[in-house]
Design a protein around this ligand. Structure first.
Ligand code: ADP
Length: 767
């Protein structure tokens, strides 16, 4: 143990003085100033102790054991009475004891490094290695003095060299403090090697990063290939905060879009970079950028304008529908000749399951277009069409922009399904938003609130579907080319089932014709007894059900081939659900049978009229729209005008109430077409002349008893035929429509054309 000396002591916080270190202090604490003054009175030596943690009373335990025996090189009194001191740390010293006596003193034991413990050659190797480390580090890191290298080379003492390398390396004070505490030379050397090696590693990685940033500049010069390469290197190096931005920029480079769009996305990416680590805001921004990058912008697919091929595809996918196919082919021909991408919009109107969606799909196929379906059923909020503004939490693009994104091209066929089912409520006007979508004048710059950049919809081929024309908002209706798809007859359903649906369901369920066959009889029975619909959706479902049951049977029992006939159909589909309904054909007074068109197909409806003593009031019950009321009034007017002919007393209408009722069930969408039926029922009720039970009728009535034409004849005739009514009164002016109806439907039907109520009553009333 060497001698112990008592020295004035300076206590420092957050600092450690390694031997060889020269530091400048500004001293304000009186106590410290006194210590310094004491020191210069003597030999200028002070002890610098590092404090572990602030303590009220300084004891040996609150200080690190090893401190620096230092020499005061200079001391300057500053005008504000503080001191500036220049200290040189000379060697380590261990605190033995402290005492506070006016100033602050410590008894310390100066520590000498015992160099002789290490063999000469080994020491030389250690010296060289530590020098090399320092030199390498100084080449990687700026701010490390080159003149130090000279001193290092000259120094032969390992202890001093180790300290010197660390003194001249920018390091956190904790690191230096930890080295200061190491009195064993080997420990100190090992620690220094570790510190310097780590620093070299860090400096290298930093250098690498710097290079990458430099490469990023190249990227901004749109050097796509370089960036790709860099990105893959990044990925190999593990996640790197730059890589995401990089990827977005790469995507942006590849994006096929105009300069405005690209600039906007560039801006957003820059914004994202500033938001990094910004939590939710950054993630909102990121998904916005991703959405923008996924939009097709200038991406387009090549259309096939081959009408022959289009016809082939339409025929391949659909049975019958001749007129519909014809209209579509005409439409496509015009489109090809005019060269207009978008053009007018087709709207397919018809009951559910009649193939509207699947026709649209075939059109896309025929034109080699991408197909996307946008469902409008139940859309009430304008934002569903036009998107939410981005300030909303959870904002999303509207379903038009989304559809386009799904399609991946700017010129897909977009199916607007159930356009008659949009409704508008307090959240803005959905139909005017749709109008903007469909209007070729405006839609080249469609604004989605979320996307924020105008989207070009002018090359999208829109096809809409609806069940009922009456429910389509008028301005939309006017903009579309309507193609009606009507109900199928049993026979048509049979052919669709046999030639299309069976194959489709077989394939879907992994069956072949060798494993399962469904006989014609079974198919007809499904149509008659298990389904009641205008289209074939239910039929397809039933066939699917048979296929699934058969598939299971094949796997479980391995019966060879399964044949489903009308006899064993029950085993697959359960009990029959419908019986062929037939109308009660007895003649009745006050009841007339009308025919109605509804969005889901045709139907028959019975109108009942009661007369009772009263004050001449007319009451209408059941589900009657305003239009029906109007035609009931027109019918009454007519009856009054012919009252004398039927010997109705002149005061009859003052003394009786008339109650007209339409039973539940068939609610005609085309109200006025029940006009002649209502008038007939009322007349029959008043005159007590029965109406023939074998007749059904449809037609609008005027005040003077003229019969006006109506729509939906195919559905109506089918409905009559289905319930076994074969004689139908139809407005004379509808003759051309009747002639257009297929032979199959008209077969067995007696159509009587009527042009006035006189003719109606002659046919209908049993006189
Ligand atoms: P909608 O859109 O009119 O409600 P879908 O297009 O969904 O009806 O048709 C229901 C199913 O019936 C589909 O599988 C469709 O392919 C089939 N289908 C409808 N009409 C025909 C037809 N004329 N020929 C062949 N399959 C048809």
């Amino acid at each position: 143990m060497s001698e112990i000396i008592k020295l004035p002591t300076i206590i420092v916080k957050d600092a450690a003085l390694l031997p060889g270190m020269i530091v400048n202090f500004t001293i304000i604490q009186k106590r410290v100033a006194r210590a310094c003054e004491e020191a210069i009175k003597g030999d200028g030596l002070v002890f610098v102790a590092s404090q572990k943690e602030p303590a009220e009373k300084v004891t040996k335990d609150t200080l690190y054991e090893i401190g620096a025996l230092s020499f005061i090189r200079q001391i300057n009194k500053l005008p504000d009475k503080s001191f500036q001191v220049m200290l040189e740390s000379r060697k380590r010293a261990r605190i033995v004891s402290v005492d506070e006596d006016g100033g602050f003193y410590a008894d310390v034991e100066p520590l000498e490094t015992d160099e002789s413990a290490i063999d000469r050659v080994e020491k030389e190797a250690m010296l060289r290695y530590i020098r090399e480390l320092y030199i390498e580090l100084s080449s990687l890191k700026s701010g490390m003095g080159k003149n130090v290298i000279k001193s290092l080379n000259e120094s032969a003492e390992l202890g001093a060299t180790v300290d010197m390398t660390l003194v001249n390396t920018p390091l956190p004070y904790e690191v230096k403090l930890s080295v200061l505490q190491l009195t064993d030379l080997r420990d100190r050397y090992d620690r220094a090697v570790q510190i310097l090696s780590d620093e070299i590693q860090v400096a290298r990685v930093k250098d690498d990063l710097k290079k990458k940033v430099k490469e990023k500049v190249t990227k901004s010069q749109r050097d796509y290939y370089l960036r790709e390469e860099m990105n893959s290197i990044r990925r190999e190096l593990g996640e790197d905060p730059l890589s995401e931005e990089q990827e977005l920029r790469n995507e942006l480079d590849k994006l096929n879009a105009g300069p405005e769009v690209k600039e906007k996305i560039e801006k957003e990416i820059n914004r994202l970079v500033t938001l990094r680590d910004g939590g939710s805001e950054a993630s909102v921004e990121r998904s916005y950028i991703e959405t923008l990058l996924e939009m097709p912008w200038d991406n387009a697919s090549e259309d096939r304008n081959d009408i022959i091929k289009a016809k082939e595809i339409l025929d391949r996918d659909h049975y019958g529908l001749e007129k519909v196919k014809e209209r579509i082919l005409e439409f496509l021909a015009v489109r090809t000749l005019t060269g207009k991408g978008g053009g007018p919009i087709i709207c397919l109107i018809g009951p559910p399951g009649t193939g509207k969606t699947s026709i649209a799909r075939s059109i896309a196929d025929a034109l080699n277009k991408q197909y996307v379906r946008v469902s409008l059923g139940g859309v009430r909020d304008e934002a569903e069409i036009r998107g939410h503004r981005r300030t909303y939490v959870g904002a999303m693009p509207g379903n038009i922009a989304n559809g386009l994104r799904q399609a991946g091209v700017k010129n897909p066929l977009m199916l607007l399904d159930e356009i008659d089912k949009v409704s508008s409520d307090y959240k803005g006007d959905t139909s005017s938003a749709l109008l903007e979508v469909l209007d070729s004048e405006q839609n080249s710059k469609f604004r989605d609130h979320y996307i924020g950049i105008p989207i070009d919809l002018s090359e999208v081929l829109f096809v809409a579907t609806a069940n009922s024309a009456g429910d389509i908002p008028r301005p939309l209706y006017d903009r579309m080319e309507i193609i009606e798809v009507s109900s199928y007859t049993s026979n048509e359903k049979f052919h669709i089932g046999k030639d299309y649906l069976l194959d489709k369901q077989f394939e879907k369920n992994g069956l072949t014709r060798k494993q399962l066959s469904v006989t014609d009889g079974a198919l007809r029975k499904i149509i008659e007894s298990y389904t009641r619909e205008a289209g074939v959706r239910e039929l397809e479902r039933k066939i699917g059900e048979i296929c699934r049951k058969a598939a299971r049977e094949i796997l479980e029992d391995n019966p060879g081939k399964i044949t489903v006939t009308s006899k064993n159909l029950k085993d697959y589909l359960g009990k029959e659900k419908y019986r062929k309904e037939s109308a009660v054909k007895t003649d009745k007074t006050g009841i007339a049978r009308g025919l109605a068109w509804t969005p889901v197909g045709g139907d028959t409806l019975q109108i009942e009229v009661n007369i009772m003593p009263g004050k001449g009031e007319v009451e209408l019950t059941g589900q009657m729209g305003d239009v029906m009321k109007e035609s009931a009034m027109a019918g009454l007017s007519y009856i009054r005008s012919v009252a004398s002919k039927y010997k109705i007393s002149p005061d009859f209408f003052e003394k009786n109430d008339i109650h007209i009722h339409i039973p539940e069930g068939a609610v005609p969408k085309d109200g006025p077409s029940a006009g002649i039926t209502m008038a007939t029922a009322v007349l029959s009720a008043i005159t007590k002349i029965p109406v023939s039970g074998k007749i059904a009728m449809t037609g609008e009535i005027t005040l003077r008893g003229r019969v006006l034409p109506v729509g939906g004849l195919k559905e109506k005739i089918l409905a009559a035929k289905n319930v076994g009514i074969y004689r139908v009164l139809v407005p004379y002016e509808n003759r051309p429509d009747i002639e257009e109806i297929s032979e199959e439907i008209r077969d067995g039907m007696e159509i009587v054309y009527v042009s006035s109520m006189n003719e109606v009553t002659k046919e209908a009333l049993v006189q």
